[in-house]
Design a protein around this ligand. Structure first.
Ligand SMILES: Cc1cc2nc3c(=O)[nH]c(=O)nc-3n(C[C@H](O)[C@H](O)[C@H](O)COP(=O)(O)O)c2cc1C
Length: 329
């Protein structure tokens, strides 16, 4: 074996390890709509069309956001191993489903902060604490989104009731759409060993909320105690892009990952609210609330944990299910 191919092999191992860490990425309904494919010294991230959610995500916008989250998670794993990441987004010479090409960049000082957060991060759907997040923490989250060219708009308290009305409108509208309830029912009754989907064990029973949570249960029984949070300190934020093309949604995803890992590292918790972009009328109402400045990609609730015990880790597929062999189509 030549020296060159030995180097390549070690590089590929680093990249494959990063794709395994990226399995922990959050995704819409835990659908994990991606796969990875080694190609020479790169790995390619591909959309997996077989994991589409036609009712919840007819445009595929949330699927691309989810792929962006996985991509950023992989770069975080490389940073922890002491490598910069070289990323080509939406390469024009790739197939239609190729979202990005990732390769090892220069050696750097290993940075494990975000990587440690990657393993601790959870979607916390319970009411958050009374006390609001500190202003300097929120500034860091705005800076994290900006690194990806995305704006994190923090809703002022006086806009929260209108935001709650928009979320309610979206929830009510979606309940009338059979394709939507079919997707939610199908992806949210999974057992922890299924490797994907939302377990009802991670969905909080009704509690005190400023903004109503998505109804995953659909008349079934949610399994997580809501805890003692009042949700009064919760902050609502919207990731806003300058346009509405595939590159914008992907950037919203890398920004979502960066914001979420940053807030996790700072002891905060969050859960996304994507109903507001799933329903076109709700998205338009949210755009109006934000003064027509950009396109809302996804909203988030952010706070201090209402309960010190984190929710359980949700299910994931295994490496062999998401990583192809060199030469695979
Ligand atoms: C694009 C996107 C949209 C999401 N939308 C919602 C949502 O509307 N409500 C919610 O409770 N969780 C939402 N989630 C969180 C996922 O359900 C969660 O990431 C997944 O079930 C895995 O759980 P974990 O984040 O705890 O690992 C969303 C996540 C992503 C990436």
């Amino acid at each position: 074996m030549t020296h060159h191919s030995a180097t390549t092999r070690a590089e590929i191992d680093q990249l494959l390890e990063a794709t395994l860490a990226a399995l922990r990425a959050p995704s819409i309904l835990n659908s994990q709509p991606w796969r990875w494919r080694p190609r020479g010294r790169d790995v390619e991230l591909l959309l997996d069309p077989s994991r589409r959610l036609p009712g919840v995500d007819p445009t595929g916008h949330l699927m691309l956001i989810s792929c962006g989250v996985a991509l950023h998670h992989a770069t975080v794993a490389l940073a922890a191993a002491g490598y910069a990441a070289e990323v080509a987004l939406l390469p024009t010479d790739g197939g239609a489903d190729v979202v990005a090409r990732l390769s090892l960049g220069a050696a750097t000082t290993p940075d494990r902060t975000a990587y440690d957060a990657l393993h601790r991060r959870r979607t916390d759907r319970r009411p958050f604490a009374d006390e609001p997040p500190a202003g300097e923490d929120l500034d860091e989250l705005v800076a994290a989104a900006r690194r990806h060219g995305v704006r994190l708009h923090l809703l002022p308290a006086d806009q929260v009731p209108q935001f709650a009305d928009i979320v309610t409108l979206a929830n009510v509208a979606e309940r009338e759409v059979p394709a939507y309830t079919r997707d939610v029912a199908e992806w949210s009754d999974r057992t922890r060993t299924s490797g994907d989907g939302v377990s009802l064990a991670d969905v909080a029973a009704p509690g005190s909320y400023q903004v109503p949570p998505r109804d995953f249960a659909l008349r079934r029984r949610p399994g997580l105690e809501p805890g003692h949070g009042t949700d009064r300190g919760t902050v609502y934020a919207v990731l806003v892009t300058s346009g509405q093309d595939r590159g914008n949604w992907l950037a919203a995803g890398t920004a979502l990952s960066d914001v979420w890992l940053t807030l996790t590292a700072r002891g905060l918790v969050a859960s996304p609210i994507s109903e507001v972009v799933e329903v076109p009328q709700a998205q338009a109402a949210l755009r109006r609330l934000l003064g027509w400045a950009g396109h809302p990609a996804i909203a988030l609730r952010i706070g201090l944990p209402g309960d010190p015990e984190p929710p359980p880790a949700s299910a994931r597929r295994t490496g062999t299910e998401v990583i192809g062999l060199p030469g695979d189509p």
